[in-house]
Design a protein around this ligand. Structure first.
Ligand SMILES: Nc1nc2c(ncn2[C@@H]2O[C@H](COP(=O)(O)OP(=O)(O)OP(=O)(O)O)[C@@H](O)[C@H]2O)c(=O)[nH]1
Length: 417
């Protein structure tokens, strides 16, 4: 049951973690969605303080070759691609509109990426993009037909798109009929797949969040960033589902999201957590999501120095594309690894955090070290800014992280390496 009372009073979010002027607006509503007056304002493009200098990285394992066939996405794509430019809004007592505010994903979904998604059952339990993709059935040859008839996980694109895509395997989602082939596209299975992709994208853009996520007081959008293979997906799965899948490394394609409600001093903060693809080819896709993010978890891998070196470039991108007052938490993941495995000392991470005035912690998706803390710190900061007007300025995310960070834990497997 949803709470009726909205205690929220503020019309702006309090002081940013990065110094700066512009403040995202807050949409406070108890009924239907009332877009912020600033919702369509175009933020001025800021100059990057640090020019990104990406280094080529080779993650532990190469992504599947099928990814190479993905069309239309490369790191040089212009970001001025027609996506609506919006200011972020912390949403109070508001259902689902944040999802419908998301820009549509570009049409990069090809038969190979859909097929890859279908082959990844672990992706079928979330709310997100890939989860929805995994419900597309692909067959070979001319019989290839996109179908959406899964038992759960799908939202309706037809009839106003009101289906509840809860991703939990409950209920039956409506079937989405394949779009009628247009002139010149008869029998073109790839086109059908593309159309299925568009339908799914629309579905995600208009789909409702699961029931379990509807009961919240405040909502914020969190984006996970970092090079490919640093453990973004693993960290999210650990936080969301409390589990770790050791052998799993399938690079995220595009972007995915999951919701989780965190209770902070009696206030339910719903985190809509977006897991981005670390690969450079998807960067133009993920840029579009920076703009209305409230918080960013920026990860590197303590066993891969290059991912640490790339953090400066990531921060440059963040300054270019995200709001100035976005909350940033720097994370050195895979802290369970030690000895010869580790290439970045904890002190180096701390120094980098100090340099850029962002809180830092080491985490391990494998052992769960500090995983809760990372997300709770964000939730508390969002609550402090957007809900408890009286708390403005009292909560200090730096202090919170420093006081609650746990010591490193070493997994037995890595200790023996
Ligand atoms: N030892 C250890 N391995 C981890 C940890 N987190 C992730 N991994 C492993 O690192 C690999 C990459 O993890 P992912 O979560 O797929 O990385 P990602 O950042 O989401 O990668 P992209 O989707 O390509 O951006 C997988 O094999 C994970 O099992 C961790 O905390 N400790």
């Amino acid at each position: 049951m949803r709470r009726q009372q909205t205690r929220y009073r503020s019309d702006s979010i309090a002081s940013p973690s990065l110094s700066g002027g512009r403040k995202p607006s807050i949409a406070a509503a108890s009924g239907s969605h009332s877009p912020s007056p600033l919702a369509n304002a175009s933020p001025t493009r800021r100059e990057s303080l640090v020019k990104p200098t990406w280094q080529h990285i080779t993650p532990g394992q190469l992504p599947p070759k099928t990814l190479d066939k993905i069309n239309g996405i490369n790191s040089d794509d212009s970001d001025d691609d027609g996506y609506p430019k919006r200011r972020p809004s912390v949403i109070v007592h508001q259902r689902q509109q944040s999802i419908s505010q998301q820009p549509l994903l570009p049409e990069f979904m090809t038969a190979s990426s859909l097929f890859q998604a279908q082959q990844s059952p672990h992706l079928s339990t979330g709310n997100g993009f890939m989860a929805r993709l995994s419900s597309v059935r692909l067959t070979s040859g001319s019989e290839q037909q996109p179908l959406l008839d899964t038992g759960g996980g799908g939202g309706g694109v037809n009839a106003g798109g009101n289906g509840n895509g809860n991703g939990n395997g409950n209920g039956r989602a409506p079937t989405v009929a394949p779009p009628a082939p247009g002139p010149g596209s008869e029998g073109a299975s790839a086109t059908l797949c593309k159309n299925a992709g568009r339908a799914l994208i629309r579905m995600i853009s208009s789909g409702n969040p699961p029931d379990e996520d509807e009961d919240f007081d405040i909502m914020g959008k969190v984006i996970m960033l970092g090079d490919s293979g640093v453990g973004k997906t693993s960290l999210l799965i650990r936080f969301r589902d409390g589990r770790y899948v050791p052998s799993y490394f399938l690079s995220t394609v595009g972007i995915d999201f999951r919701n989780k409600v965190v209770v902070v001093d009696g206030t339910r903060v719903k985190l809509q957590i977006w897991d981005t693809a670390g690969q450079e080819r998807f960067r133009s896709v993920t840029h579009a999501y920076y703009r209305d993010a409230h918080a960013l978890l920026l990860l590197y891998d303590v066993t891969n120095k290059t991912t640490y070196d790339n953090i400066r470039a990531w921060l440059g991108e963040i300054r270019e594309y995200a709001q100035e007052d976005v909350v940033i938490v720097l994370i050195g993941n895979k802290a369970d690894c030690s000895g010869s495995e580790r290439q970045v000392k904890r002190e180096d991470g701390e120094r980098l955090g100090r340099e850029h005035n962002v809180p830092f912690m080491e985490t391990s998706a494998k052992t769960g070290l500090n995983v809760e803390l990372a997300f709770t710190a964000v939730a508390r900061q969002l609550k402090s800014r957007g809900y408890d007007h009286g708390d403005d300025g009292k909560f200090n995310v730096h202090d919170f992280v420093r006081d609650n960070t746990k010591a490193r834990s070493v997994c037995a497997q890595c200790r023996n390496m």
